[in-house]
Design a protein around this ligand. Structure first.
Ligand SMILES: *Cc1c(COP(=O)(O)O)cnc(C)c1O
Length: 348
């Protein structure tokens, strides 16, 4: 058994590459609250260019990016329609309510993929005595549904129909580049109808820190003020933006390999007796598998795997999530499958 730790907990665990370290060391910097950090300014315009938008904004985290976009498009007492298993509802500390004063209105969907037919009944009647639907938020890829991808026509229909009734649509595109790889379309094409887009540099793209918001110039100016209100006004942050620029240029090219490795995991896991996973449903770099029939529960299995240098995450008592990324290779994934097979086979 090798000593190397195979960390499949998340694609956030990647370490900055040598090129990122170098860009960080050499980044030209200035005070970004005064708009004077040249590296941040370059990152923001490059992100806007890639997404075909007027402007971009660097934010410390995806959570702050989503919250900023929500606060820029809602008033207190309004509602945001979102998918029940989504990140903004389950993993962002109820920030839209605690800080933004708005309520999530949950709609559950198979594989996390909402459709207009599911959303329409959740939109509030326009009467003054009911909370009003201010925003719809979609997640692409959908993390807890196992990295599932929105068919572009489904997402566009939601945007078109929402716009007809005057409701903007936000995209939590933490892993939108993974969706683009799966769809073989570019990110600008698959996001063009959204009013606001948040995507992470710190996930599959490999940057150590940070997310981006892109949108219209007016929208981004509002977001800049809200980011400052939330404590996200950063100073000589070009040292992080430098790594972000490398992630943005080089990261997307590495994602197809992550998706291939996710297939190695999914297909290998599918052959282990007691494990349930349909590899055909694994579209990107996230693999969620069910161990309900193995006789072991998730936390026991995660513990046993930790001891054997394979790090995974429990989703619930019966489901485990593994995520591929640039710091795990094909051999690591094959080794992980072997170890999982041995632990499950041993029945402890
Ligand atoms: C990771 C993630 C975010 C943002 O997370 P941070 O840890 O705040 O950067 C947002 N949405 C989804 C779907 C995510 O997976």
């Amino acid at each position: 058994m090798s000593d190397k730790i195979i960390d499949l907990r998340s694609d956030t665990v990647t370490k900055p590459s040598p090129a990122m370290r170098q860009a960080m060391a050499e980044a030209e910097v200035g005070d970004d609250v005064y708009l004077e950090d040249p590296t941040v300014n370059r990152l923001q315009s490059r992100a806007a260019e890639i997404f075909g938008r007027e402007a971009g904004l660097f934010v410390p985290s995806g959570s702050m990016g989503n919250l900023t976009c929500i606060m820029a498009q809602t008033f207190r007492g309004q509602e945001v329609i979102c998918e029940a298993a989504g990140h903004i509802y389950n993993y962002e500390m109820a920030s839209m309510t605690a800080l933004g004063g708005v309520l999530p209105r949950l709609v559950a969907a198979a594989d996390g993929i909402l459709t207009w037919d599911k959303i329409a009944p959740a939109i509030r009647e326009k009467v003054y005595y009911r909370p009003q639907t201010a925003l719809i938020s979609l997640e692409n890829t959908h993390n807890m549904a196992g990295g599932t991808v929105y068919p572009t026509d489904v997402a566009e229909e939601i945007c078109d129909r929402a716009h007809e009734v005057g409701i903007p649509v936000h995209l939590d595109g933490a892993r939108i580049f993974n969706a683009a790889v799966y769809l073989r379309q570019d990110v600008a094409a698959i996001t063009k109808k959204f009013d606001s887009v948040q995507f992470c540099l710190s996930k599959g793209l490999g940057a150590p820190v940070g997310s981006m918001i892109v949108g219209s110039r007016d929208f981004i100016e509002r977001c800049r003020a809200i980011r400052k209100m939330l404590g996200g006004g950063m100073r000589q942050v070009g040292v992080l933006a430098g790594a972000g620029l490398v992630a943005l240029e080089e990261g997307p090219k590495l994602l197809p390999r992550d998706h291939e490795n996710a297939q190695i995991l999914a297909q290998g896991l599918a052959r282990i007796p007691g494990i349930q996973i349909d590899p055909a449903k694994v579209q990107t770099n996230i693999v969620i598998f069910n161990i309900g029939k193995t006789g072991i529960n998730s936390s026991q299995l995660v513990d046993q795997l930790n001891r054997r240098q394979v790090l995974t995450g429990a989703v619930d008592a019966e489901r485990i999530r593994v995520v591929t990324h640039r710091d795990v290779g094909r051999a690591d994934c094959e080794q992980a499958v072997r170890v999982i097979g041995e632990v499950v086979g041993a029945g402890y």
